[in-house]
Design a protein around this ligand. Structure first.
Ligand SMILES: [Zn+2]
Ligand SMILES: [Zn+2]
Length: 125
């Protein structure tokens, strides 16, 4: 008697990018909604009007209800796959495309002189 109880579900299409490899991803979510919209009864002296959804001239404004429900349902850190390995820290290649991706171990600059010597020796042989 105090208002209208709204129940339902809404679905939305998501687009974004993987937080690990930046690959574009699309997804779909479905959220359940339930909210009581109370009649706008000005005789009520409620100081919590902001917390309560009101009927406005027999109309329901579902926007904030929908927005809140969808935002809460959004994945906090969307990934293209659960075990997405991300990007190569050396060159930025996407590791999912190239699982065997590897670089030769970087040469410690203190040994760089020895490496040059080794190359020199191989050259002479
Ligand atoms: Zn990814
Ligand atoms: Zn790489």
């Amino acid at each position: 008697m105090e208002g209208v109880l709204v129940t339902g579900s809404a679905s939305a299409e998501l687009t974004g990018e993987c937080v690990r490899c930046l690959e574009p991803i699309t997804d779909e979510i479905e959220v359940d909604l339930q909210e009581l919209f109370v009649y706008d009864d000005r005789d009520h002296d409620s100081e919590e009007d902001d917390e309560v959804s009101m009927l406005q001239d027999d109309l329901l404004d579902l926007e904030s209800l929908l927005r809140d429900a969808v935002v809460l349902a959004l994945p906090f850190q969307p990934v293209c796959e659960d075990d997405c390995p991300g990007l190569c820290p050396e060159c930025g290649a996407r590791l999912l495309d190239d699982p065997d991706h590897a670089h030769e171990a970087p040469i410690d600059p203190r040994w760089a002189g020895l490496a040059a010597l080794q190359q020199d020796q191989q050259h002479r042989e």
